[in-house]
Design a protein around this ligand. Sequence first.
Ligand SMILES: Cc1cc2nc3c(=O)[nH]c(=O)nc-3n(C[C@H](O)[C@H](O)[C@H](O)COP(=O)(O)OP(=O)(O)OC[C@H]3O[C@@H](n4cnc5c(N)ncnc54)[C@H](O)[C@@H]3O)c2cc1C
Ligand SMILES: *[C@@H]1O[C@H](CO)[C@@H](O)[C@H](O)[C@H]1NC(C)=O
Ligand SMILES: *[C@@H]1O[C@H](CO)[C@@H](O)[C@H](O)[C@H]1NC(C)=O
Ligand SMILES: *[C@@H]1O[C@H](CO)[C@@H](O)[C@H](O)[C@H]1NC(C)=O
Ligand SMILES: *[C@@H]1O[C@H](CO)[C@@H](O)[C@H](O)[C@H]1NC(C)=O
Ligand SMILES: *[C@@H]1O[C@H](CO)[C@@H](O)[C@H](O)[C@H]1NC(C)=O
Ligand SMILES: *[C@@H]1O[C@H](CO)[C@@H](O)[C@H](O)[C@H]1NC(C)=O
Length: 493
Amino acid sequence: MRCITYLVASSSLLFPFSQASALDRRAALDECLTKLNVPTFISSSANYTQAIKPFNTRVTFKPAAYAVPETTQHVQDAVSCGASNGVRVTAKSGGHSYASHGLGGEDGHLIVDMRNFNNVTVDPTAQTAAIGTGGRLGNVAMALYNQTKQAISHGTCPGVGVGGLTLHGGYGLISRSKGLTLDNILEATVVLANSSVVTASETQHPDLFWALRGAGAAFGIVTSFKFKTFTAPESNIVFQYYLTPANASHLSTILTALQDFSLNTQPQELNMRFFLASFSSLSGVYFGTRADFDKLIAPLLAQMGISTTRGTITTNTWLNTLTSFSNGPLAQAKEYNSHETFFAKSLMPARLSLEAITALTTYWDTNARSNTRAWYLLIDLHGGNSSAVSAVPADATAYSHRDAVFKMQFYDRTYGNVYTESWTAFLNGWVQAIMDASPDAQDMGMYINYADTSLASEEAHRRYWGRHYERAVQVKRGWDPEGMFMGPQIVGR
Ligand SMILES: Cc1cc2nc3c(=O)[nH]c(=O)nc-3n(C[C@H](O)[C@H](O)[C@H](O)COP(=O)(O)OP(=O)(O)OC[C@H]3O[C@@H](n4cnc5c(N)ncnc54)[C@H](O)[C@@H]3O)c2cc1C
Ligand SMILES: *[C@@H]1O[C@H](CO)[C@@H](O)[C@H](O)[C@H]1NC(C)=O
Ligand SMILES: *[C@@H]1O[C@H](CO)[C@@H](O)[C@H](O)[C@H]1NC(C)=O
Ligand SMILES: *[C@@H]1O[C@H](CO)[C@@H](O)[C@H](O)[C@H]1NC(C)=O
Ligand SMILES: *[C@@H]1O[C@H](CO)[C@@H](O)[C@H](O)[C@H]1NC(C)=O
Ligand SMILES: *[C@@H]1O[C@H](CO)[C@@H](O)[C@H](O)[C@H]1NC(C)=O
Ligand SMILES: *[C@@H]1O[C@H](CO)[C@@H](O)[C@H](O)[C@H]1NC(C)=O
């Protein structure tokens, strides 16, 4: 089902990559790929049907062709087939984009599925690791751990792909201590629009390296990253406190306390998130001692009106810490088969005003509490004066949310695989209510890793990249002058 109408005018200007007849070029594309021995899933095969089913089944697209390369040369050849046929090319790693950007975000792309690029090779002396972009987080975490107990900072769900997560952010339960996933990249190996391969780093093609860290989908196909790793911490306090806000003013008190804590008091070692749904919780990880944790959390819980006895607190090894939040085993099959049907939005506010908090909690009281779908609002305590994410200078990477106190994810779904488009009004209304009460609503960012299908391209660009957008466009002109890597929301024009 197509969920949004995209502006066609801007794409048709992008000769030679016109979408108008991309699907008619299927036969020529398949012929080119076959001639160059690039492995593909042909559209009549069961593998193809399985592979194009996105994580979010609400948002489906028809590719023009589907390549499954095994070598860098295959990726280069696939890109050249896209170029010679005037078809846009899109890399897919884990396929977890909320707007199915890994399938192009629109019909008619040549998809380059990176599933075979899943090697993880640790250099224990240097504490670095070469990681293929097609790996899934759970498998990568286990492989790093197996090789001299290393780790990187990454998101919580084990099925998410390294490629999309890293190129656009990557926030998880050690990010406050170690930064975003993209903050830990030392090098990226990239197949460019003209099929040549370059390595980008602080010293090699720094403009490309800047753009890849936050806006990566629009510049090439990254085959692997070199990451800085750290030795996995093995004695971690995992906590979860349950609570039910009594009413809107209680929820306002909770959010105000969390915001003040994140901005001023929360140390790097404490990572946490507030989950608001039909049941609510405060959960996270403390990388320190139980005694220090108790001292830190008690005053916050008191402010939030949560009893210290409403919690579960355990001490965990690194892999158990990961599985405490992974909602299933870390090991992931190559042929991925988990799906949801949903609509989601995000907000990355520098700070929520008292009026904005009141608008949020009033809407919760009047519209959300009575909504019986499986919606949630997940608030990560992202920034503040001791967060490693905020410590990186605002313009050092294309990621544009260094000052955001919260990373807010609004998610609405049913457990059946249906989602009626009119239901989007629920979350659109919630975010609008917060915006209407915010003096800085124009500047409020959104996170492309929670891609929002309701945003037209101009708003998507502004919300995802803010003042970094124009610089990203300049960089793109140098590396993808003809607009091969385009989509409805990624950096373009
Ligand atoms: C269940 C679930 C849990 C999540 N948890 C977290 C979390 O804890 N923290 C967090 O920060 N985010 C989280 N996310 C969001 C996630 O980071 C994004 O959806 C991310 O973009 C997914 O990456 P992917 O490779 O799986 O997706 P894809 O759909 O394959 O790719 C996403 C985008 O990246 C581009 N891309 C992918 N690979 C490459 C490549 N090799 N070269 C160039 N471009 C590429 C694609 O073209 C597309 O535009 C979660 C998402 C889901 C569905
Ligand atoms: C294609 O699908 C078959 C049957 O599901 C599976 O056994 C095979 O491994 C798949 N091929 C690839 C290359 O994934
Ligand atoms: C992965 O590693 C194996 C073994 O070292 C190697 O043969 C293969 O080429 C690598 N694959 C990729 C895609 O880098
Ligand atoms: C890691 O090692 C464990 C235990 O030896 C093994 O079960 C698992 O398959 C390995 N995983 C990876 C990704 O290497
Ligand atoms: C909201 O709940 C709090 C905590 O239970 C309570 O003290 C307060 O009186 C309630 N306020 C209203 C307006 O009901
Ligand atoms: C963090 O910032 C607040 C002001 O917002 C200040 O009161 C506090 O002392 C700062 N803490 C540290 C450790 O710098
Ligand atoms: C490929 O494109 C890059 C970036 O525009 C350029 O530097 C390089 O010279 C090109 N390579 C070839 C072989 O044209």
